[in-house]
Write a protein that binds this ligand. Structure first.
Ligand code: ZN
Length: 489
């Protein structure tokens, strides 16, 4: 074998320019959709909890997947395709769906930074749950038409009106504006009941950021919420009486709020908790736990020193993250070893609850909630998948939560989240098998040793959204440049 290597190398060098010429038509930013292209000789990891298969050839025509064939048995059927991506050694997955984002524009940090980070991380759909409505509506349309380098955008508009009449009027207005759903939080019981009833009439899905407040998961079960975001209202519904807060606890002080949230799960009564989880399953309330966004609470140093910060963290975000009572989520002052210990225990019970919920038949989705608490866009989503694995999900099921299950949550399970003929061409090509190591999904890759050589391997190489091919490596390079320029200002 060793003797063949130099010849193989020579052959590769000779063939390379031709490959380059052929493939340079593919993957140019904003190049528009190709009438037709081939992804050849690639391993498939679908979004339905099924094992990997392949190698396969996949044909994309305009924005749809139109054919999937076995590379070996269908030999040379596609030998003359004009546009192709060679998928040899790569893994094809449905585009990742990020079901909890905020498209926040911040001073000196344009949305290009967010969008390119998401595409670099293989995210082809985002569900916005609260930001500037006008702006996201405009970008949603541009993205849909292929004019904007960005994932698909779905908008769940936040109901801010707190009385019944006002809230109803607001969601009717949202429906007219073209909302994909609504998001509610901090709503009193009778308003919730009315709002949920109206949203069912209008056919709008409802995401509930369930804090420690007047309503909890029992209300989500009773009135029919589509998704519970985060987690608080679930253990809260399983408490006997109130949580054991000290007299001076102030909910509006985030330092208090997040410190004591770290003891919430262990105060939940296990028998009551099981009933709540079962109620959620029976009433089709899905759960987007957003594990990663709280990770600073259990390991502050880890969160503050993430390896990609150096090159990819925008200075505006870095500034926002540093402790300050003025910024949401920047509450890490006087954070103690005991707080971290409490949160580590908290995570264990929380993760078990999420896994139990899934095992009972509940639908679990993945979302990042980045832009707060030291969490960068895109990278946090990949971390979320790692934490789902930590919660006990097999990597195959983790990928299903990220794709097929998230598509069900959005109500688009017949269009995205799968690698299937007739589905939209939202696909990613990864260098390295994410079922072997989820870290291969990080766009910066990981260090490996192959044939005695230390090298960097992995990352999403191509992100295909609606048939448009994006060079994920270039997306990341663009982000690096944006950050560099912002630092030099
Ligand atoms: Zn959020």
């Amino acid at each position: 074998m060793k003797n063949v290597l130099p010849y193989l190398l020579l052959l590769t060098i000779l063939i390379y320019p031709f490959n380059f010429l052929k493939s340079q038509h593919v993957g140019i930013e904003n190049a528009g959709k190709y009438d037709r292209f081939l992804i050849k000789n690639v391993m498939l990891i679908d979004g339905k909890g099924t094992p990997m298969k392949g190698p396969n050839d996949v044909i994309v025509e305009k924005n749809k997947i139109t054919a999937i064939t076995n590379t070996k048995t269908g030999k040379d059927a596609y030998a003359n395709e004009k546009h192709f991506i060679d998928g040899t050694g790569m893994y094809l997955l449905p585009g990742l769906i990020n079901n909890h984002v905020h498209i926040h524009e911040r001073p000196n940090c344009t949305l290009e930074y967010l969008y390119k980070l998401w595409l670099a991380c293989g995210i082809t759909t985002v569900r916005d749950v609260g930001s500037d409505i006008e702006l996201t509506l405009a970008d949603r349309q541009k993205s849909q038409m292929g004019y904007l380098t960005a994932p698909r955008i779905l908008i769940y508009m936040v109901v801010r009106n707190k009385d019944i009449k006002g809230a109803i009027a607001q969601i009717r207005e949202f429906k007219k504006m073209g909302a994909d759903g609504i998001k509610i939080f901090g709503m009193d019981k009778e308003v919730r009941e009315a709002v949920l009833a109206e949203s069912h009439v209008l056919g709008l899905k409802v995401a509930h950021h369930v804090g420690v407040e007047e309503t909890d998961a029992r209300d989500d079960i009773q009135y029919g919420t589509s998704t519970i975001e985060h987690w608080y209202g679930i253990p809260d519904a399983a408490l006997i009486g109130s949580q054991n807060f000290p007299s001076w606890y102030n909910y509006n002080n985030e330092n208090d709020r997040f410190r004591w949230a770290g003891s919430l799960w262990k105060e939940a009564d296990p028998v009551r908790l099981e009933k709540i989880l079962k109620g959620m399953v029976d009433h089709h309330v899905a759960w987007i736990p957003t594990f990663a966004i709280y990770e600073a609470n259990r390991d502050l140093q880890r969160a503050q020193t993430q390896p990609w910060f150096n090159e990819y963290l925008h200075p505006t975000l870095a500034n926002y993250f540093s402790p300050s009572p003025q910024n949401h989520g920047s509450y890490h002052w006087n954070w103690t070893t005991t707080d971290e210990k409490n949160w580590k225990e908290n995570y264990k019970i929380w993760m078990k609850a999420v896994k139990d919920f899934a095992d009972m038949g509940g639908l679990v989705g993945a979302g990042e909630d980045a832009g707060f608490i030291y969490m960068m866009y895109g990278f946090t989503y990949i971390r979320e998948l790692e934490l789902m694995h930590e919660a006990g999900f097999h990597p195959i099921d983790v990928m299903m939560n990220a794709t097929g299950n998230n598509a069900i949550i959005l109500g688009f399970e017949d269009q995205i989240g799968r690698i299937k003929e007739g589905f939209l061409a939202d696909l990613i090509l990864v260098e390295g098998n994410p079922l072997e190591n989820l870290k291969y999904l990080y766009p910066t890759g990981i260090t490996v040793v192959e044939d005695g050589v230390v090298k960097t391997k992995g990352g999403v190489k191509w992100t295909i959204k609606d048939g448009i091919v994006y060079d994920a490596v270039k997306m990341l390079a663009d982000v690096k440049q944006i950050v560099e320029e912002a630092k030099n200002k």
